[in-house]
Design a protein around this ligand. Structure first.
Ligand code: MG
Length: 316
């Protein structure tokens, strides 16, 4: 990324903005836009309107009039009174300011907490104004907000499916690692890495959903770096590639195929570990097991196999 200066944030929004403003001072800017990254729907028109507003005010922010009726209610939900909604606005970001004015306002603010930058400006007596905001500037807070914003932005979302398969041979050892969980067993699994067939199949499925080839291409077994590697490294890499491809993992489903060890007692831990690494709610992670009724290489316990299917919503 060109010309981006990252600054360590604070424990609160106010503290983070204060740190950002202090770091920006060295570039001597005339104006500054302070934006919630959780509002990706910013359009050029809003930027132009904010710049325009700064010609006659110290600060400006986009805002939308409140359209729903407003009532105040007690903790028990009982309605107490009606709040007039005229001239009430929902304030969005970016909030734009003349740099020197907002920097001084933040300096004066000490360690106090403010809801937003307009509040800091207001406390310092700066002249601020609202400009018309946009529905597309909505803040992404809940999982369902992504679909709403995508619909508003006209983004095309396509649901992509990926599948993966992996197998490892049993050998000497006293445990296996499956879906990130160490399971005591009278044999081990042979592999260049930790031989976690469950996560390897899952990595291949994730790569498949975004058209990114297979695990061998990303982590060649000939590369000494991956000898004995923890498969969490592979899974994290695949997760990051999905995000970089504009994808969001919807759900994952892994099937472990073996006669032994018994998977059932470890399934919840496997789901929890997998969900943690992928940053998914565990309800979207399913791990199940089957045998092949003593047929084939898994039936003869020569090795163990795993299959995975994932669904990834990709925006284009
Ligand atoms: Mg493998």
């Amino acid at each position: 990324m060109p010309n981006v200066h990252f600054v360590e944030g604070g424990a609160t929004r106010t503290a983070s903005v204060r740190a950002g403003i202090r770091a920006a001072a060295q570039y001597g800017p005339e104006m500054i836009f302070i934006h919630d990254a959780a509002r990706p729907g910013l359009q050029p028109g809003t930027v132009a309107a904010l710049l325009d507003a700064l010609s006659e005010a110290d600060g400006a922010a986009p805002a939308l009039p409140v359209s729903d009726a407003l009532r105040r209610a007690g903790e028990d939900g009982a309605v107490s009174d009606l709040v007039a909604r005229d001239r009430l606005y929902r304030v969005q970001t970016p909030q734009a300011f003349k740099f020197k004015a907002i920097a001084a306002a933040y300096d004066q603010s000490g360690d106090a907490l403010y809801e937003d930058d307009l509040a800091v400006a207001h406390a310092a007596g700066l002249k601020t104004r609202l400009i018309p905001g946009e529905a597309r500037l909505m803040k992404l807070t809940y999982a369902e907000d992504f679909a709403i914003l995508e619909a508003m932005m006209g983004a095309q979302t396509r649901n992509c499916v990926g599948s993966g398969f992996d197998a490892h041979r049993f050998g000497e050892g006293d445990h296996v690692i499956l879906c990130g969980v160490k399971i005591p067993h009278d044999r081990g699994l042979i592999g260049h890495s930790d031989a976690d067939a469950g996560w390897h199949a899952l990595v291949d499925a994730l790569l498949g959903a975004i058209g990114a080839g297979d695990i061998g291409a990303h982590f060649p077994p000939t590369d000494a770096r991956w000898k004995g590697a923890n498969s969490e490294t592979f899974l994290r890499h695949a997760r990051d590639l999905v995000a970089q491809a504009g994808g969001r993992i919807q759900n994952v489903d892994v099937t472990l195929i073996c006669e032994r060890p018994k998977i059932g007692p470890h399934r919840d831990a496997m789901c929890a570990r997998t969900a943690e690494v992928l940053g998914l709610d565990p309800v979207f992670v399913n791990i199940k097991a089957t045998t092949t009724e003593k047929m084939g290489f898994t039936g003869r316990q020569e090795g163990l196999a795993a299959e995975a299917v994932v669904s990834v919503a990709r925006s284009f």
